[in-house]
Ligand binder design. Structure first.
Ligand code: NAD
Length: 248
């Protein structure tokens, strides 16, 4: 099938779906200027991932925070939603998709206007005190003084992103699982989903009968196993075209 035919088919599946859900990973934000973790231009080629290990954070909070600020705040703050995030937000508004399950922590789906976003790996938008658990919106925290501390108990603040060796937020995991089981069309965009339990969510949707559409610049381990319609290409280009077919 030609690429344009696949795009048209995907749009038709989404248009006629009873309950379509999107599942996104680092690839959807690459064209917003945020590199993925792995691969030639990946973050882990430039930075040792030890700074997001929870044990290291507790042992050396200042060292960890210097990197966190540079990677997750200075870089992410400048990023803006690209046409793929915008297409998904429009699709939700017009009732073509119900929700987005994301592994991203960059807040770009919300910036684009999406309302039902389940963040499996947490978010950089809020921070919590490691002593008393008070939660702070980023706007209330001054990152010019590191490590940032709690106004109430002076404990160190940690971004609410899931560090290595930390648990996935229970609410996001529960809602993501529920959404995957309700879906009759499931759209995977820009992810290898190599880490459990995220990797299992599209599999659950498939086992429950959902049709799987996948968009990626290259094949992932989903492509030959659960994907029904694979569209090779950049997320922004493909999602913009799908949105056009849906008259968005
Ligand atoms: P990954 O880095 O393992 O893989 C990225 C995927 O995106 C690959 O399959 C790649 O082929 C694809 N891709 C790259 N550019 C693309 C494009 N323009 N259009 C479509 N697809 C493209 O990322 P992952 O599988 O999502 O998971 C790894 C972890 O990385 C997750 O836990 C996530 O939290 C984290 N992460 C998040 C961000 C972010 O918030 N933007 C950035 C880096 C890493």
């Amino acid at each position: 099938m030609l690429k344009l035919e696949k795009i048209e088919k995907a749009a038709e599946l989404i248009r006629t779906a009873k309950y379509a859900v999107a599942f996104t990973g680092a690839g959807i934000s690459v064209e917003s200027g945020i590199p993925p973790f792995r691969g030639a231009n990946g973050l882990w080629n430039k930075h040792d991932p030890i700074f997001v290990e929870i044990e290291y954070f507790h042992k050396k909070p200042l060292e960890s925070w210097k990197k966190i600020k540079h990677v997750f705040y200075d870089m992410f703050d400048q990023a803006q939603p690209n046409p793929a995030h915008i297409a998904l937000a429009k699709m939700e508004k017009r009732g073509f998709i119900e929700s987005i399950i994301t592994q991203n922590i960059d807040n770009l789906h919300q910036k684009a206007g999406s309302k039902y976003v389940y963040e499996l790996h947490g978010t950089s938008r809020t921070l919590s005190c490691i002593e008393c658990s008070t939660e702070y919106e980023l706007n209330f925290v001054d990152l010019n003084f590191l490590p940032p501390t709690c106004y109430i108990c002076k404990g160190i603040l940690k971004p609410d992103i899931v560090f290595f060796n930390e648990k996935i937020p229970a609410f996001a995991l529960k809602r993501s699982t529920e959404e995957s089981l309700k879906a009759d069309v499931f759209i995977i965009i820009g992810t290898n989903a190599e880490v459990l339990p995220a990797a299992d969510i599209p599999v659950k949707a498939k086992e429950n009968g959902a049709i799987i559409i996948e968009i990626n610049i290259q094949e992932s381990h989903f492509t030959d196993t659960i994907t029904d319609v694979f569209i090779k290409g950049k997320a922004s280009e493909i999602m913009e075209k799908i949105a056009t077919y849906l008259y968005l």
